[in-house]
Design a binder for this molecule. Structure first.
Ligand code: ZN
Length: 169
């Protein structure tokens, strides 16, 4: 089932999410909905707070469904290692229409739990490292806008506020 993706300005995007503690059929339904919603957008990552659910859960698929088997489900992800720095354009399904060059670590190692609560460790460089950092930021109530220089961030936020006033957001 597709779930609506909430946009910048929604409270669930600005609050830290809570740990996933139960890996039951309702969590599996949420995971399946998030994957479907990510592919439909289309996007390469989606965090539960983006569909209004305040849980530490995200899904990532750099192929956005093109290769099918590549989706990664991460509950309660935590950084084990973070190193280096990369600068690339980044966007967010909750901030549609805006992209900015955002600094991120070049390589990360993340541990968390999979769909059934099993321990998983993933290592990422390049775009995958960026996606992991971006989604984990969502679980901490942070958007990529918060990683930009304040001048750059303010410019985007001003444009969004104007769209909000005009009912176009
Ligand atoms: Zn995002």
């Amino acid at each position: 089932m597709l779930r609506p993706i909430v946009k910048y300005g929604t409270a669930s995007l600005q609050a830290p999410a809570q740990a996933v503690t139960t890996f039951d059929p309702s969590l599996h339904a949420l995971i399946d909905d998030m994957i479907e919603t990510m592919y439909a957008a289309p996007g390469i990552g989606l965090a539960a707070p983006q569909v209004g659910v305040p849980l530490r859960l995200c899904v990532i698929d750099l192929s956005s469904g093109a290769r099918g088997a590549d989706v990664i489900v991460l509950a309660n992800p935590e950084f084990v290692e973070r190193e280096g720095m990369q600068l690339e354009e980044e966007g967010c399904l909750s901030v549609p229409g805006f992209q900015a060059t955002c600094p991120r670590p070049a390589r990360v190692v993340v541990k968390g739990q999979g769909r059934d609560g099993q321990d998983v460790v993933v290592e990422g460089t390049g775009l995958f490292a960026r996606a992991l950092q971006h989604e984990i930021d969502h679980l901490d109530g942070r958007l990529f806008l918060d990683r930009l220089r304040s001048l750059q961030r303010d410019l985007i936020v001003r444009k969004i506020r104007k769209m909000q006033r005009q009912d176009r957001w």
